[in-house]
Ligand binder design. Structure first.
Ligand code: PMP
Length: 433
């Protein structure tokens, strides 16, 4: 079976005349898998409808936010109700406090928190705060981790930057890039070594506690705990970028899952239920350095936007249900077991990774994939062919081998079964070439 994407193709051609590359975020351009992007029209539950009338089972979920499935009725009605009361005030609302309290209940390490409009803003602000608090300029990040596109963090980055082969972007001033020390994820020794040399100049370590922007790589045992110790020893702050992992790898994110407490946490995606939101927060003594209490400036006209707060609250209320994450974890495990069985039946080497409702697929002979260099040796070209074979079967996976997969509450047994059967046919097709 091959689906028609004629209308998508026409829309893409038109988009390219007015939007650079035809997309408003690079990874959408399908550079990682070849071909042309699919244009979406609507979505419901586990399915997205494209402009050619195809219905696709979606494992991207807007890159993470749609953990309840698309257009969950509670989220839609919360947004609709709020819209009737006003779209934006640029003044405080009770909803902002309500959402902040709910987030703090789930992430107790976030003693104080502030809402922003994206994950990029959250990490950028957290870094500025860490620098302002410690009076130090250097920051440590990990190769292949992605923290949004602010200057300091766009050095050896993952996600779309990696997919497009520009992990360190032109336009980032060299002086700023020099303050970003990039180390190897899951290699604690390299962190200890760097801190033994310049530890007293480092403001913070920022890390994806489960890496999700170079495919999905869980932390090896002791890595996060080790980062905590190194930071404490050298007076640096530990920032967990939980934009992807928050409310997904477990209710309380990676920090609850692994039992490691960061000084600051950044959130995005799920916290806005599909509307543009981010948040950063953490230790009270650190957060009190933010304006208007302290000297570190950070602001936003639309920050705490009432529609976004309403969507976020409705989402968090739903996913706080007991058993929610256990069910998602079980579903993702079932999907991966099916993928592995089918791959092996067709003689294809596939490794998988999973933490909660987040997963990775690696076409490789390596028994484990823990590090960036190992990710880079996986067969990205094969992934591209697999992606298109699955798309032809009505399954929408991430259009890049460097992204994690996401499952939602709306993915039922039927969808998972259909996906495994589709993978069977896709592997069959690919192994015959
Ligand atoms: N941090 C992480 C871990 C992310 O995965 C992303 C986006 N994928 C960001 C930050 C940036 O978020 P946004 O795209 O909302 O700016």
């Amino acid at each position: 079976m091959s689906l028609s994407h004629e209308r998508s193709s026409t829309l893409f051609t038109e988009a390219q005349t007015v939007i650079p590359g035809g997309v408003n975020s690079p990874v959408r351009a399908f550079k990682g898998v070849g071909g042309k992007p699919v244009f979406f029209k609507s979505a419901k539950g586990a399915y997205v409808q494209d402009v050619d009338g195809n219905s696709l089972i979606d494992y991207v979920g807007s890159w993470g936010p749609m953990i309840l499935g698309h257009n969950h009725p509670d989220v839609v009605s919360a947004v609709r109700d709020q819209a009737l009361d006003g779209l934006s005030f640029g003044a405080p609302t009770a909803l902002e406090t309500e959402l902040a309290l709910k987030v703090r209940e789930i992430f107790p390490s976030m003693e104080l928190l502030r809402m922003v409009n994206s994950g990029t803003e959250a990490t950028m602000s957290a870094i500025r705060l860490a620098r302002g608090f410690t009076h130090r300029d250097k920051i440590v990040k990990f190769e292949g981790n992605y923290h949004g596109h602010s200057d300091s963090l766009l050095v050896k980055a993952g996600s779309g930057a990696l997919t497009l082969g520009v992990p360190s972007s032109p336009g980032v001033p060299e002086a700023l890039a020099e303050s970003t020390i990039t180390l190897t994820y899951n290699d604690l020794e390299s962190v200890k070594q760097a801190f033994s040399e310049v530890g007293n100049e480092v403001a913070c370590i920022i890390v994806e506690p489960v890496a999700g922007n170079m495919n999905c790589i869980p932390p090896v045992k002791g890595f996060l705990e080790g980062l905590r110790e190194v930071c404490d020893e050298h007076g640096a702050l530990l920032i967990f970028d939980e934009v992807m992992t928050g409310f997904r790898v477990s209710l309380g994110g990676a920090q609850a899952h692994y039992g490691v407490k960061p000084d600051l946490t950044t959130l995005g995606k799920i916290i806005g239920g599909g509307l543009p939101v981010g948040a950063f927060g953490g230790r009270k003594d650190v957060m009190e350095h933010l304006a208007p209490l302290g000297p570190v400036y950070q602001a936003g006209t639309l920050s705490g936007n009432p529609l976004a707060m309403a969507a976020g609250l409705a989402t968090l209320k739903n996913l706080s249900r007991p058993g929610f994450h256990a069910e998602l974890t079980e579903k993702a495990a079932k999907l991966l077991t099916g993928f592995k069985e089918k791959a092996s039946e067709h003689g294809i080497s596939l490794q998988t990774s999973q933490v909660g409702a987040m997963f990775g697929l690696f076409f490789t002979d390596q028994p484990r994939v823990d590090r960036f260099d190992q990710v880079m040796t996986c067969d990205g070209e094969f992934y591209g062919r697999f992606f298109h074979a699955m798309l032809d079967e009505g399954i929408y996976l991430a259009p890049s081998a460097f992204e994690a997969g996401f499952i939602s509450d709306a993915h039922g047994d039927l969808e998972i079964q259909k996906t495994i059967e589709a993978a069977d046919r896709a592997f069959q097709k690919l192994s015959m070439r």
